[in-house]
Design a protein around this ligand. Structure first.
Ligand code: ASP
Length: 588
Protein backbone atom coordinates (compact mmCIF):
# COMPACT_ATOMS: atom_id res chain seq x y z
CA UNK A 1 0.00 0.00 0.00
CA UNK A 2 1.10 3.54 -0.71
CA UNK A 3 -0.19 4.51 2.72
CA UNK A 4 0.20 3.13 6.21
CA UNK A 5 -3.10 4.35 7.56
CA UNK A 6 -6.28 6.10 6.47
CA UNK A 7 -7.16 9.76 6.86
CA UNK A 8 -9.96 8.89 9.28
CA UNK A 9 -8.27 6.70 11.83
CA UNK A 10 -5.71 8.76 13.70
CA UNK A 11 -6.42 10.06 17.18
CA UNK A 12 -4.59 11.46 20.21
CA UNK A 13 -3.26 7.98 21.00
CA UNK A 14 -1.26 8.04 17.78
CA UNK A 15 0.76 11.12 18.72
CA UNK A 16 4.42 10.47 18.08
CA UNK A 17 3.86 7.90 15.29
CA UNK A 18 5.33 8.42 11.86
CA UNK A 19 2.71 7.63 9.23
CA UNK A 20 2.24 7.81 5.50
CA UNK A 21 -1.11 9.09 4.25
CA UNK A 22 -2.45 9.37 0.72
CA UNK A 23 -5.59 10.99 -0.61
CA UNK A 24 -7.12 14.11 -2.09
CA UNK A 25 -6.54 17.72 -1.10
CA UNK A 26 -9.84 18.78 0.37
CA UNK A 27 -8.71 22.28 1.29
CA UNK A 28 -5.44 24.16 1.53
CA UNK A 29 -4.80 27.17 3.73
CA UNK A 30 -1.63 29.16 3.22
CA UNK A 31 -0.82 31.14 6.33
CA UNK A 32 2.45 32.50 4.97
CA UNK A 33 4.84 30.75 7.29
CA UNK A 34 2.80 27.51 7.44
CA UNK A 35 0.58 25.65 4.99
CA UNK A 36 -2.33 23.54 6.23
CA UNK A 37 -3.85 20.86 4.05
CA UNK A 38 -7.00 18.92 4.82
CA UNK A 39 -6.17 15.56 3.31
CA UNK A 40 -9.20 13.42 2.49
CA UNK A 41 -9.73 9.79 1.69
CA UNK A 42 -12.80 7.57 1.95
CA UNK A 43 -12.35 7.20 5.64
CA UNK A 44 -12.09 10.82 6.70
CA UNK A 45 -9.90 13.91 6.83
CA UNK A 46 -6.55 14.51 8.50
CA UNK A 47 -4.96 17.91 8.87
CA UNK A 48 -1.44 18.12 7.46
CA UNK A 49 0.94 20.91 8.45
CA UNK A 50 3.82 21.86 6.17
CA UNK A 51 6.49 23.79 8.01
CA UNK A 52 9.57 25.05 6.10
CA UNK A 53 11.70 24.60 9.18
CA UNK A 54 10.86 20.91 9.39
CA UNK A 55 10.95 20.11 5.69
CA UNK A 56 11.62 22.80 3.10
CA UNK A 57 10.85 20.28 0.31
CA UNK A 58 7.47 19.29 1.76
CA UNK A 59 6.67 22.95 2.30
CA UNK A 60 7.55 23.73 -1.33
CA UNK A 61 5.38 20.85 -2.55
CA UNK A 62 2.50 22.02 -0.34
CA UNK A 63 2.73 25.39 -2.04
CA UNK A 64 1.89 23.81 -5.39
CA UNK A 65 -1.10 21.68 -4.50
CA UNK A 66 -4.70 22.64 -5.23
CA UNK A 67 -8.08 21.10 -4.34
CA UNK A 68 -8.43 17.50 -5.55
CA UNK A 69 -4.73 16.96 -6.18
CA UNK A 70 -3.83 13.41 -5.21
CA UNK A 71 -0.89 13.50 -2.83
CA UNK A 72 1.09 11.29 -0.51
CA UNK A 73 2.45 12.61 2.74
CA UNK A 74 4.85 11.16 5.23
CA UNK A 75 4.79 12.84 8.57
CA UNK A 76 4.73 12.67 12.33
CA UNK A 77 1.46 12.72 14.22
CA UNK A 78 1.25 15.27 17.00
CA UNK A 79 -1.41 16.77 19.21
CA UNK A 80 -2.79 20.03 17.90
CA UNK A 81 -1.81 23.04 20.01
CA UNK A 82 -4.24 23.71 22.86
CA UNK A 83 -7.32 25.56 21.64
CA UNK A 84 -6.82 24.45 18.02
CA UNK A 85 -8.67 21.13 18.34
CA UNK A 86 -11.72 20.56 16.15
CA UNK A 87 -14.41 18.60 18.00
CA UNK A 88 -16.42 18.18 14.75
CA UNK A 89 -13.75 15.97 13.22
CA UNK A 90 -12.92 12.45 14.41
CA UNK A 91 -9.25 13.35 13.87
CA UNK A 92 -9.71 16.82 15.31
CA UNK A 93 -7.26 16.37 18.16
CA UNK A 94 -4.24 15.69 15.98
CA UNK A 95 -2.35 16.80 12.90
CA UNK A 96 0.48 15.29 10.89
CA UNK A 97 3.61 17.35 10.36
CA UNK A 98 4.88 16.66 6.84
CA UNK A 99 8.41 15.44 6.36
CA UNK A 100 7.79 14.38 2.74
CA UNK A 101 5.08 15.28 0.27
CA UNK A 102 4.65 13.88 -3.23
CA UNK A 103 2.09 14.92 -5.80
CA UNK A 104 0.83 11.62 -7.23
CA UNK A 105 -1.45 13.36 -9.71
CA UNK A 106 -2.55 16.96 -10.13
CA UNK A 107 -6.21 17.88 -10.74
CA UNK A 108 -7.95 20.48 -12.84
CA UNK A 109 -10.20 22.86 -10.93
CA UNK A 110 -13.25 20.68 -10.30
CA UNK A 111 -16.55 21.95 -11.73
CA UNK A 112 -18.26 21.12 -8.45
CA UNK A 113 -16.84 21.68 -5.02
CA UNK A 114 -16.30 18.45 -3.16
CA UNK A 115 -15.86 19.91 0.31
CA UNK A 116 -19.12 21.80 0.27
CA UNK A 117 -22.50 21.13 -1.29
CA UNK A 118 -23.79 24.05 -3.21
CA UNK A 119 -27.14 23.96 -4.84
CA UNK A 120 -25.74 23.18 -8.23
CA UNK A 121 -27.93 21.81 -10.97
CA UNK A 122 -28.36 18.07 -10.78
CA UNK A 123 -27.26 17.77 -14.40
CA UNK A 124 -23.81 19.03 -13.44
CA UNK A 125 -23.58 16.52 -10.62
CA UNK A 126 -24.55 13.70 -12.97
CA UNK A 127 -22.18 14.86 -15.70
CA UNK A 128 -19.30 14.70 -13.18
CA UNK A 129 -20.71 11.87 -11.11
CA UNK A 130 -17.27 10.56 -10.15
CA UNK A 131 -16.63 13.92 -8.44
CA UNK A 132 -20.07 14.07 -6.88
CA UNK A 133 -19.49 10.58 -5.48
CA UNK A 134 -16.44 11.88 -3.60
CA UNK A 135 -18.75 13.90 -1.38
CA UNK A 136 -19.45 12.81 2.13
CA UNK A 137 -23.19 12.61 1.55
CA UNK A 138 -22.83 10.26 -1.41
CA UNK A 139 -20.25 8.12 0.33
CA UNK A 140 -22.60 7.79 3.27
CA UNK A 141 -25.43 6.76 0.93
CA UNK A 142 -23.28 4.15 -0.80
CA UNK A 143 -22.28 2.79 2.58
CA UNK A 144 -25.89 2.54 3.77
CA UNK A 145 -26.72 0.72 0.56
CA UNK A 146 -23.80 -1.65 0.98
CA UNK A 147 -24.77 -2.38 4.57
CA UNK A 148 -28.40 -2.98 3.65
CA UNK A 149 -27.52 -5.43 0.88
CA UNK A 150 -24.92 -7.18 2.98
CA UNK A 151 -27.44 -7.60 5.77
CA UNK A 152 -29.99 -9.04 3.34
CA UNK A 153 -27.50 -11.58 2.01
CA UNK A 154 -26.41 -12.72 5.48
CA UNK A 155 -29.96 -12.84 6.82
CA UNK A 156 -31.31 -14.92 3.96
CA UNK A 157 -28.28 -17.18 3.88
CA UNK A 158 -28.87 -17.99 7.55
CA UNK A 159 -32.43 -18.93 6.74
CA UNK A 160 -31.53 -21.38 4.03
CA UNK A 161 -32.01 -19.21 0.97
CA UNK A 162 -29.62 -19.49 -1.92
CA UNK A 163 -28.76 -16.71 -4.31
CA UNK A 164 -29.18 -17.67 -7.94
CA UNK A 165 -28.57 -15.42 -10.92
CA UNK A 166 -31.10 -15.34 -13.71
CA UNK A 167 -30.59 -14.10 -17.26
CA UNK A 168 -30.63 -10.46 -18.31
CA UNK A 169 -31.19 -11.42 -21.94
CA UNK A 170 -34.57 -13.07 -21.75
CA UNK A 171 -38.06 -12.99 -23.08
CA UNK A 172 -40.64 -10.36 -22.30
CA UNK A 173 -41.76 -10.71 -18.65
CA UNK A 174 -44.99 -8.75 -18.48
CA UNK A 175 -45.25 -6.66 -15.31
CA UNK A 176 -47.27 -3.92 -16.88
CA UNK A 177 -44.46 -1.78 -18.31
CA UNK A 178 -42.85 -1.50 -21.72
CA UNK A 179 -39.88 -3.79 -22.34
CA UNK A 180 -36.35 -2.82 -23.22
CA UNK A 181 -35.48 -4.86 -26.27
CA UNK A 182 -32.14 -6.17 -27.49
CA UNK A 183 -31.90 -7.13 -31.15
CA UNK A 184 -30.37 -10.47 -31.97
CA UNK A 185 -27.55 -10.53 -34.52
CA UNK A 186 -27.70 -14.26 -35.08
CA UNK A 187 -31.49 -14.44 -35.32
CA UNK A 188 -32.43 -11.69 -37.74
CA UNK A 189 -35.63 -9.90 -36.77
CA UNK A 190 -35.74 -11.42 -33.30
CA UNK A 191 -35.27 -9.69 -29.96
CA UNK A 192 -34.45 -10.50 -26.41
CA UNK A 193 -36.23 -8.50 -23.74
CA UNK A 194 -34.50 -7.32 -20.57
CA UNK A 195 -36.45 -8.67 -17.60
CA UNK A 196 -38.91 -6.32 -15.90
CA UNK A 197 -38.27 -8.65 -12.98
CA UNK A 198 -37.14 -12.27 -12.68
CA UNK A 199 -40.77 -13.24 -11.96
CA UNK A 200 -41.14 -16.24 -14.26
CA UNK A 201 -37.59 -17.40 -13.63
CA UNK A 202 -38.00 -17.45 -9.87
CA UNK A 203 -41.21 -19.42 -10.24
CA UNK A 204 -39.37 -21.85 -12.49
CA UNK A 205 -36.73 -22.19 -9.76
CA UNK A 206 -39.51 -23.24 -7.37
CA UNK A 207 -40.64 -25.80 -9.92
CA UNK A 208 -37.00 -26.85 -10.10
CA UNK A 209 -37.13 -27.64 -6.40
CA UNK A 210 -34.94 -24.90 -4.90
CA UNK A 211 -37.58 -23.97 -2.29
CA UNK A 212 -35.85 -20.79 -1.08
CA UNK A 213 -34.34 -18.48 -3.68
CA UNK A 214 -33.23 -14.89 -3.62
CA UNK A 215 -31.33 -12.53 -5.84
CA UNK A 216 -30.27 -8.90 -5.72
CA UNK A 217 -31.77 -8.49 -9.15
CA UNK A 218 -31.54 -5.73 -11.71
CA UNK A 219 -34.89 -5.01 -13.36
CA UNK A 220 -35.59 -2.98 -16.49
CA UNK A 221 -38.77 -1.10 -17.28
CA UNK A 222 -39.20 1.43 -20.04
CA UNK A 223 -41.54 3.77 -18.20
CA UNK A 224 -41.88 7.50 -17.83
CA UNK A 225 -39.41 8.68 -15.23
CA UNK A 226 -40.36 9.98 -11.82
CA UNK A 227 -38.35 10.78 -8.75
CA UNK A 228 -38.73 7.24 -7.48
CA UNK A 229 -38.24 5.49 -10.81
CA UNK A 230 -35.28 4.62 -13.00
CA UNK A 231 -35.12 2.64 -16.25
CA UNK A 232 -33.08 0.07 -14.39
CA UNK A 233 -33.45 -0.56 -10.71
CA UNK A 234 -32.61 -3.18 -8.13
CA UNK A 235 -34.92 -5.48 -6.26
CA UNK A 236 -34.40 -8.01 -3.56
CA UNK A 237 -36.23 -10.75 -5.42
CA UNK A 238 -37.25 -13.74 -3.34
CA UNK A 239 -39.44 -16.77 -3.65
CA UNK A 240 -40.36 -19.67 -1.35
CA UNK A 241 -42.17 -22.96 -1.80
CA UNK A 242 -44.75 -24.56 0.50
CA UNK A 243 -45.68 -21.25 2.07
CA UNK A 244 -48.74 -19.18 2.82
CA UNK A 245 -49.06 -15.41 2.82
CA UNK A 246 -48.29 -15.21 6.52
CA UNK A 247 -44.91 -16.88 6.05
CA UNK A 248 -43.75 -14.32 3.52
CA UNK A 249 -45.03 -11.39 5.57
CA UNK A 250 -43.29 -12.63 8.72
CA UNK A 251 -40.01 -13.28 6.99
CA UNK A 252 -39.99 -9.95 5.16
CA UNK A 253 -40.89 -8.06 8.29
CA UNK A 254 -38.06 -9.62 10.25
CA UNK A 255 -35.67 -8.92 7.41
CA UNK A 256 -36.68 -5.26 7.13
CA UNK A 257 -36.51 -4.67 10.89
CA UNK A 258 -33.01 -6.14 11.00
CA UNK A 259 -31.91 -4.23 7.95
CA UNK A 260 -33.04 -0.87 9.29
CA UNK A 261 -31.26 -1.47 12.60
CA UNK A 262 -28.12 -2.55 10.78
CA UNK A 263 -27.89 -0.01 7.98
CA UNK A 264 -28.99 3.34 9.36
CA UNK A 265 -30.03 5.42 12.34
CA UNK A 266 -33.76 5.51 11.63
CA UNK A 267 -36.40 4.24 14.03
CA UNK A 268 -39.31 2.11 12.84
CA UNK A 269 -42.58 3.66 13.95
CA UNK A 270 -44.64 0.53 14.63
CA UNK A 271 -43.73 -3.10 15.00
CA UNK A 272 -45.38 -5.40 14.01
CA UNK A 273 -46.10 -3.49 10.82
CA UNK A 274 -49.74 -2.41 10.74
CA UNK A 275 -51.87 -4.22 8.16
CA UNK A 276 -54.59 -2.63 6.11
CA UNK A 277 -56.85 -4.10 3.51
CA UNK A 278 -56.65 -2.44 0.12
CA UNK A 279 -60.20 -1.13 0.56
CA UNK A 280 -59.39 0.25 4.00
CA UNK A 281 -56.26 1.97 2.78
CA UNK A 282 -58.25 3.79 0.11
CA UNK A 283 -61.07 4.69 2.50
CA UNK A 284 -58.85 5.97 5.27
CA UNK A 285 -55.93 7.46 3.36
CA UNK A 286 -57.12 7.84 -0.22
CA UNK A 287 -54.23 5.73 -1.53
CA UNK A 288 -52.96 2.16 -1.49
CA UNK A 289 -49.52 3.37 -0.38
CA UNK A 290 -50.40 5.46 2.65
CA UNK A 291 -47.87 7.44 4.62
CA UNK A 292 -48.33 6.00 8.09
CA UNK A 293 -45.96 8.38 9.84
CA UNK A 294 -48.96 10.51 10.79
CA UNK A 295 -52.70 10.01 11.32
CA UNK A 296 -54.87 12.57 9.51
CA UNK A 297 -57.39 9.99 8.35
CA UNK A 298 -60.01 10.82 5.78
CA UNK A 299 -63.72 10.66 6.60
CA UNK A 300 -66.54 9.76 4.28
CA UNK A 301 -69.15 12.49 4.58
CA UNK A 302 -71.25 11.50 1.56
CA UNK A 303 -74.48 10.63 3.32
CA UNK A 304 -74.46 13.76 5.45
CA UNK A 305 -73.26 16.13 2.73
CA UNK A 306 -75.78 14.62 0.30
CA UNK A 307 -78.57 16.02 2.47
CA UNK A 308 -77.27 19.60 2.17
CA UNK A 309 -78.43 22.23 -0.31
CA UNK A 310 -74.97 22.51 -1.81
CA UNK A 311 -75.34 21.32 -5.40
CA UNK A 312 -71.73 20.19 -5.73
CA UNK A 313 -72.31 17.76 -2.84
CA UNK A 314 -75.72 16.52 -3.90
CA UNK A 315 -74.65 16.04 -7.50
CA UNK A 316 -71.58 14.08 -6.51
CA UNK A 317 -73.71 11.79 -4.39
CA UNK A 318 -76.36 11.37 -7.08
CA UNK A 319 -73.69 10.46 -9.63
CA UNK A 320 -72.40 7.67 -7.40
CA UNK A 321 -69.45 9.74 -6.21
CA UNK A 322 -68.39 10.72 -2.71
CA UNK A 323 -67.83 13.67 -0.46
CA UNK A 324 -64.76 13.00 1.65
CA UNK A 325 -63.14 15.20 4.23
CA UNK A 326 -59.84 15.77 5.96
CA UNK A 327 -59.71 17.37 9.38
CA UNK A 328 -56.74 19.71 9.70
CA UNK A 329 -56.15 20.44 13.37
CA UNK A 330 -55.48 24.02 14.34
CA UNK A 331 -55.89 25.46 10.84
CA UNK A 332 -59.21 27.32 11.32
CA UNK A 333 -57.50 30.66 10.76
CA UNK A 334 -56.03 29.81 7.36
CA UNK A 335 -55.88 32.85 5.11
CA UNK A 336 -57.56 33.12 1.74
CA UNK A 337 -54.16 32.65 0.10
CA UNK A 338 -53.48 29.48 2.08
CA UNK A 339 -56.89 28.14 1.07
CA UNK A 340 -56.25 28.97 -2.59
CA UNK A 341 -52.94 27.11 -2.47
CA UNK A 342 -54.66 24.04 -1.07
CA UNK A 343 -57.38 24.28 -3.68
CA UNK A 344 -54.78 24.47 -6.46
CA UNK A 345 -53.21 21.31 -5.09
CA UNK A 346 -56.58 19.53 -5.03
CA UNK A 347 -57.27 20.65 -8.58
CA UNK A 348 -53.92 19.27 -9.74
CA UNK A 349 -55.38 15.85 -8.97
CA UNK A 350 -58.58 16.46 -10.89
CA UNK A 351 -60.85 17.90 -8.19
CA UNK A 352 -63.14 20.67 -9.45
CA UNK A 353 -62.75 22.61 -6.23
CA UNK A 354 -62.16 22.44 -2.51
CA UNK A 355 -64.94 23.07 0.00
CA UNK A 356 -64.04 23.94 3.56
CA UNK A 357 -65.42 24.70 6.91
CA UNK A 358 -63.51 26.18 9.84
CA UNK A 359 -64.56 25.94 13.47
CA UNK A 360 -63.11 28.99 15.21
CA UNK A 361 -61.88 28.88 18.77
CA UNK A 362 -64.95 30.87 19.86
CA UNK A 363 -67.22 28.18 18.42
CA UNK A 364 -68.36 30.16 15.38
CA UNK A 365 -68.12 28.66 11.92
CA UNK A 366 -66.44 30.16 8.87
CA UNK A 367 -67.19 28.56 5.50
CA UNK A 368 -67.89 29.78 1.98
CA UNK A 369 -70.68 27.20 1.75
CA UNK A 370 -72.22 27.95 5.15
CA UNK A 371 -75.40 29.24 3.56
CA UNK A 372 -76.08 25.82 2.00
CA UNK A 373 -75.67 23.95 5.24
CA UNK A 374 -78.44 24.02 7.83
CA UNK A 375 -77.06 24.31 11.32
CA UNK A 376 -77.87 20.75 12.46
CA UNK A 377 -76.30 19.38 9.29
CA UNK A 378 -73.22 21.45 9.85
CA UNK A 379 -73.01 20.01 13.35
CA UNK A 380 -73.36 16.51 11.95
CA UNK A 381 -70.52 17.11 9.49
CA UNK A 382 -68.28 18.44 12.23
CA UNK A 383 -69.12 15.57 14.55
CA UNK A 384 -68.42 13.02 11.81
CA UNK A 385 -65.01 14.60 11.30
CA UNK A 386 -64.28 14.84 15.05
CA UNK A 387 -63.75 18.60 14.74
CA UNK A 388 -62.52 20.55 17.69
CA UNK A 389 -62.42 24.34 18.05
CA UNK A 390 -59.58 25.66 15.91
CA UNK A 391 -59.88 22.91 13.29
CA UNK A 392 -60.41 23.20 9.58
CA UNK A 393 -62.32 20.62 7.53
CA UNK A 394 -61.29 20.24 3.89
CA UNK A 395 -63.85 18.53 1.65
CA UNK A 396 -63.70 17.18 -1.87
CA UNK A 397 -66.80 16.07 -3.79
CA UNK A 398 -66.03 13.96 -6.84
CA UNK A 399 -65.96 10.40 -8.03
CA UNK A 400 -64.22 8.19 -5.53
CA UNK A 401 -60.94 8.02 -7.38
CA UNK A 402 -60.53 11.76 -7.84
CA UNK A 403 -61.64 12.56 -4.28
CA UNK A 404 -59.12 10.05 -2.94
CA UNK A 405 -56.29 11.34 -5.11
CA UNK A 406 -56.97 14.96 -4.16
CA UNK A 407 -57.24 14.22 -0.45
CA UNK A 408 -54.13 12.06 -0.59
CA UNK A 409 -52.00 15.02 -1.70
CA UNK A 410 -53.78 17.35 0.71
CA UNK A 411 -53.09 14.92 3.52
CA UNK A 412 -49.36 14.92 2.70
CA UNK A 413 -49.34 18.70 2.40
CA UNK A 414 -51.10 19.21 5.73
CA UNK A 415 -48.72 16.79 7.45
CA UNK A 416 -45.78 18.86 6.19
CA UNK A 417 -47.40 22.15 7.16
CA UNK A 418 -48.31 20.85 10.58
CA UNK A 419 -44.85 19.33 11.01
CA UNK A 420 -46.25 15.92 11.81
CA UNK A 421 -43.35 14.12 10.16
CA UNK A 422 -40.45 12.99 12.31
CA UNK A 423 -37.47 12.79 9.95
CA UNK A 424 -35.84 10.12 12.10
CA UNK A 425 -38.74 7.73 11.71
CA UNK A 426 -39.76 5.26 9.02
CA UNK A 427 -43.30 3.87 9.06
CA UNK A 428 -43.80 0.51 7.39
CA UNK A 429 -47.12 -1.16 6.78
CA UNK A 430 -48.71 -3.96 4.79
CA UNK A 431 -51.53 -3.53 2.34
CA UNK A 432 -53.31 -6.83 1.75
CA UNK A 433 -56.50 -8.20 0.19
CA UNK A 434 -56.24 -6.54 -3.18
CA UNK A 435 -58.76 -7.24 -5.87
CA UNK A 436 -57.26 -9.67 -8.39
CA UNK A 437 -58.29 -7.52 -11.35
CA UNK A 438 -58.78 -3.91 -12.28
CA UNK A 439 -61.18 -2.99 -15.04
CA UNK A 440 -59.42 -1.50 -18.05
CA UNK A 441 -61.95 0.97 -19.39
CA UNK A 442 -60.06 1.78 -22.58
CA UNK A 443 -59.61 -1.79 -23.73
CA UNK A 444 -62.79 -3.12 -22.09
CA UNK A 445 -61.09 -5.99 -20.31
CA UNK A 446 -59.64 -6.98 -16.95
CA UNK A 447 -56.04 -6.15 -16.08
CA UNK A 448 -54.24 -7.96 -13.28
CA UNK A 449 -53.86 -5.60 -10.29
CA UNK A 450 -50.40 -7.03 -9.62
CA UNK A 451 -49.30 -9.41 -12.35
CA UNK A 452 -50.92 -12.34 -14.02
CA UNK A 453 -49.16 -14.95 -11.89
CA UNK A 454 -50.85 -13.81 -8.67
CA UNK A 455 -53.25 -16.34 -7.18
CA UNK A 456 -56.86 -15.57 -6.38
CA UNK A 457 -57.82 -16.23 -2.77
CA UNK A 458 -58.94 -19.84 -2.71
CA UNK A 459 -62.53 -19.18 -1.57
CA UNK A 460 -62.96 -16.66 -4.40
CA UNK A 461 -61.98 -19.02 -7.22
CA UNK A 462 -65.62 -19.84 -8.07
CA UNK A 463 -66.23 -16.10 -8.63
CA UNK A 464 -63.77 -16.06 -11.54
CA UNK A 465 -66.64 -17.19 -13.75
CA UNK A 466 -69.47 -15.20 -12.27
CA UNK A 467 -67.97 -11.94 -10.95
CA UNK A 468 -64.25 -11.49 -11.70
CA UNK A 469 -64.27 -7.95 -10.30
CA UNK A 470 -65.13 -9.30 -6.84
CA UNK A 471 -62.27 -11.80 -6.69
CA UNK A 472 -59.70 -10.99 -4.01
CA UNK A 473 -56.09 -11.97 -4.51
CA UNK A 474 -53.24 -13.11 -2.36
CA UNK A 475 -51.21 -10.00 -3.19
CA UNK A 476 -49.44 -7.97 -0.52
CA UNK A 477 -47.63 -4.66 -0.78
CA UNK A 478 -45.08 -3.33 1.65
CA UNK A 479 -45.39 0.43 2.05
CA UNK A 480 -43.12 2.91 3.77
CA UNK A 481 -43.51 6.68 4.23
CA UNK A 482 -45.99 6.93 1.38
CA UNK A 483 -44.04 4.76 -1.07
CA UNK A 484 -44.70 1.25 -2.23
CA UNK A 485 -41.41 -0.40 -1.37
CA UNK A 486 -42.26 -3.95 -2.34
CA UNK A 487 -44.95 -6.17 -3.69
CA UNK A 488 -45.51 -9.86 -3.89
CA UNK A 489 -48.07 -12.60 -3.87
CA UNK A 490 -48.87 -16.24 -3.52
CA UNK A 491 -48.73 -17.56 -7.08
CA UNK A 492 -50.94 -19.65 -9.23
CA UNK A 493 -49.33 -23.09 -9.51
CA UNK A 494 -51.82 -24.97 -11.64
CA UNK A 495 -51.95 -24.77 -15.39
CA UNK A 496 -55.72 -24.69 -15.62
CA UNK A 497 -56.13 -21.81 -13.20
CA UNK A 498 -53.30 -19.88 -14.88
CA UNK A 499 -54.96 -20.35 -18.26
CA UNK A 500 -58.26 -19.14 -16.88
CA UNK A 501 -56.68 -15.92 -15.55
CA UNK A 502 -54.90 -15.44 -18.86
CA UNK A 503 -58.15 -15.72 -20.76
CA UNK A 504 -59.88 -13.28 -18.39
CA UNK A 505 -57.24 -10.65 -19.12
CA UNK A 506 -57.81 -11.10 -22.81
CA UNK A 507 -54.90 -13.34 -23.79
CA UNK A 508 -55.92 -15.76 -26.50
CA UNK A 509 -54.97 -19.39 -26.02
CA UNK A 510 -52.45 -19.09 -28.84
CA UNK A 511 -50.71 -15.98 -27.50
CA UNK A 512 -50.72 -17.48 -24.00
CA UNK A 513 -48.99 -20.50 -25.48
CA UNK A 514 -46.54 -18.40 -27.46
CA UNK A 515 -45.59 -16.10 -24.57
CA UNK A 516 -45.88 -18.41 -21.60
CA UNK A 517 -45.86 -21.94 -23.06
CA UNK A 518 -42.65 -22.76 -21.15
CA UNK A 519 -44.23 -21.85 -17.79
CA UNK A 520 -47.57 -23.50 -18.49
CA UNK A 521 -45.80 -26.66 -19.50
CA UNK A 522 -43.60 -26.55 -16.40
CA UNK A 523 -46.70 -26.30 -14.19
CA UNK A 524 -47.53 -29.84 -15.31
CA UNK A 525 -44.33 -31.39 -14.00
CA UNK A 526 -44.99 -31.16 -10.28
CA UNK A 527 -45.21 -27.54 -9.18
CA UNK A 528 -45.20 -26.81 -5.44
CA UNK A 529 -47.42 -24.09 -4.00
CA UNK A 530 -45.18 -21.04 -3.82
CA UNK A 531 -45.07 -17.32 -3.30
CA UNK A 532 -42.65 -14.46 -2.95
CA UNK A 533 -42.02 -10.78 -2.80
CA UNK A 534 -39.63 -8.21 -4.23
CA UNK A 535 -38.74 -5.21 -2.08
CA UNK A 536 -37.13 -2.41 -4.09
CA UNK A 537 -33.61 -1.78 -2.86
CA UNK A 538 -33.31 1.72 -4.30
CA UNK A 539 -36.48 3.01 -2.68
CA UNK A 540 -35.71 1.34 0.63
CA UNK A 541 -32.20 2.76 0.76
CA UNK A 542 -33.54 6.17 -0.27
CA UNK A 543 -35.84 6.13 2.76
CA UNK A 544 -33.19 4.78 5.10
CA UNK A 545 -30.78 7.49 3.95
CA UNK A 546 -33.49 10.16 4.21
CA UNK A 547 -32.96 11.17 0.58
CA UNK A 548 -35.65 12.76 -1.59
CA UNK A 549 -35.12 10.58 -4.68
CA UNK A 550 -33.57 7.28 -5.68
CA UNK A 551 -30.88 8.87 -7.85
CA UNK A 552 -29.10 9.88 -4.65
CA UNK A 553 -28.59 6.25 -3.67
CA UNK A 554 -27.56 4.90 -7.07
CA UNK A 555 -23.91 5.36 -8.00
CA UNK A 556 -24.51 6.06 -11.68
CA UNK A 557 -28.18 6.86 -12.21
CA UNK A 558 -29.92 8.06 -15.34
CA UNK A 559 -31.34 11.56 -15.44
CA UNK A 560 -35.08 12.26 -15.37
CA UNK A 561 -35.04 11.88 -19.14
CA UNK A 562 -33.41 8.44 -18.92
CA UNK A 563 -29.96 9.52 -20.08
CA UNK A 564 -26.55 8.91 -18.62
CA UNK A 565 -25.16 12.43 -18.65
CA UNK A 566 -21.62 11.33 -17.88
CA UNK A 567 -21.11 8.78 -20.65
CA UNK A 568 -23.78 10.31 -22.85
CA UNK A 569 -25.98 7.25 -23.27
CA UNK A 570 -28.06 6.39 -25.17
CA UNK A 571 -25.92 7.31 -28.14
CA UNK A 572 -25.86 6.66 -31.85
CA UNK A 573 -24.06 3.61 -33.20
CA UNK A 574 -22.25 3.03 -36.46
CA UNK A 575 -24.06 2.00 -39.64
CA UNK A 576 -22.01 -1.23 -39.56
CA UNK A 577 -23.35 -2.10 -36.12
CA UNK A 578 -26.91 -1.52 -37.29
CA UNK A 579 -26.37 -3.57 -40.40
CA UNK A 580 -25.09 -6.51 -38.40
CA UNK A 581 -28.25 -6.32 -36.34
CA UNK A 582 -30.44 -6.16 -39.45
CA UNK A 583 -31.82 -2.79 -38.37
CA UNK A 584 -32.81 0.16 -40.55
CA UNK A 585 -33.57 3.39 -38.74
CA UNK A 586 -36.72 5.34 -39.44
CA UNK A 587 -36.39 8.65 -37.61
CA UNK A 588 -39.26 10.45 -39.30
N1 ASP B 1 -42.11 -9.52 -9.72
C1 ASP B 1 -42.91 -8.71 -8.85
C2 ASP B 1 -42.61 -7.24 -9.08
O1 ASP B 1 -41.56 -6.90 -9.59
C3 ASP B 1 -42.70 -9.00 -7.42
C4 ASP B 1 -43.23 -10.32 -7.01
O2 ASP B 1 -44.39 -10.61 -7.29
O3 ASP B 1 -42.47 -11.04 -6.34
O4 ASP B 1 -43.39 -6.41 -8.70
Amino acid sequence: MLKTCSCGELSAQDAGRTVTLAGWVNRRRDLGGLIFIDLRDRDGITQIVANPEISPAAFAAAGTVRPEYVIRVKGKVRLRPAGMENPDMSTGEIEAVASQMTVLNPAKTPPILISREENEEEGLRLRYRYLDLRRERMQRNMLIRHRAVKFIRDFLDERGFIEIETPILFKSTPEGARDYLVPSRVHPGKFYALPQSPQQLKQLLMIAGYERYFQIARCFRDEDQRSDRQPEFTQLDLEMSFVEREDILQLTEELIIGMVAHACEKRIKSVPFPRLSHADALDRYGTDRPDLRYDLELVDLTTIAGRSRFRVFTRAQAAGGVVKGLRSPGCADYSRKQMTDLETLAKSKGAKGLAWLALRQDGSVRSPIAKFLAEPLMAELMAAADMEPGDLLLMVAADREVANAALDVLRGEMARRLRLIDPDEVAFGWVIDFPLFEWNEKEARWDPSHHLFTAPQVHDIPLLDSDPGAVMSDQYDLVCNGYEVGGGSIRIHQRQLQEKVMSLIGLSASSAQEQFGHLLEAFEFGTPPHGGIAPGIDRLVMLLAGEPNIREVIAFPKSQSATDLMANAPSTVTPEQLKELHIKLDLT
